[in-house]
Ligand binder design. Sequence first.
Ligand SMILES: NCCCNCCCCCC(O)(O)C(F)(F)F
Ligand SMILES: [Zn+2]
Length: 346
Amino acid sequence: MLTIYNDQHVLHQGKVEMFRGELVPCFEVPARVDHVKSELERRGLGSLQAPDAFDESLLAKVHAPRYLDFIAHAWDEWVALDPANATRDALPSYWPTRGMRSDVLPKSFPARMGLFSFDAGTPLMAGSWAAARHGAACAWTAARRVIGGERSAFALTRPPGHHAGADFFGGYCFLNNAAVAAQALRDAGVERVAVLDVDYHHGNGTQAIFYERDDVHFASLHGDPLTDYPYYLGHADERGAGRGEGFNHNLPLPRGTDFTAWRAALKTALARIAEVKAGALVVSLGVDTFEGDPISGFKLRSDDYLRMGEDLARAGLPTVFVFEGGYAVAEVGVNAVNVIEGFGQF
Ligand SMILES: NCCCNCCCCCC(O)(O)C(F)(F)F
Ligand SMILES: [Zn+2]
């Protein structure tokens, strides 16, 4: 399978994140992508390409212009506040909640950090924008290769994207790579695109971006939001709104879910994707469903990812894989590439 690789991902390397009430070293580290890349190369699974030159205006098809403008200049504003900030990651501290306003753009940079985010676990640093922007270019390029006739393509990138909404970052995500890929497929004339999110965490950003649309069907298997991040979206009763009614499909699963139960949910999600007659598939490929993942709660084992790849191939759709989560760093390469291998062998 063709892989489009974001060689600028190393520019994004957070120092700390807020986790269970204290600042801890970031889980979302460059080594995650390095392990996947070296495993792809070790198995000789297809070539690695750089992304095509990317027209940034494409981002405005899934993200709000005022958000893009903020993110693109956030680091410079952070350092302009205080030169000492150049040695610190930018993190939000205040957020608008119920009954407060988000239509007015505050002058305060810290206030805008909170307006455009939903957690304190997503540090922003000097190279974050460049890494995220190049990652979106990878997802867009992977979609273009599939439009051009490739059966599948893999956007190997970080930071991840599925928690990023039209105008907010969070969950280690700034730009929604899967949404960029889905929109690229739509722009190329695919009548209806399915986004299938297999990351442990619900893709709240992707759901929100397409929630009122019937041309992109969103399906997600994830840890039940009653107990798991992102907590405030991802319930089974969220079925879409307006034209989008019926084109959102959440399958929350309890902590401790093993592959047998997980695979049954995947079958249900794929059956619905066939029913809505999707012409192409974007997979938000997170492998934090792994039993050894430090921040997640499912019990999938490494060989299960081969089966997952085979099941995804059986859907018989042109497929764009976009790398999302997975924090058991030693095994993330084997687990992610097992999906790619399983898909390709089928
Ligand atoms: N007590 C729970 C703390 C949760 N901290 C944030 C978890 C973010 C997960 C990110 C991800 O894995 O969904 C992505 F794919 F986006 F990278
Ligand atoms: Zn995740």
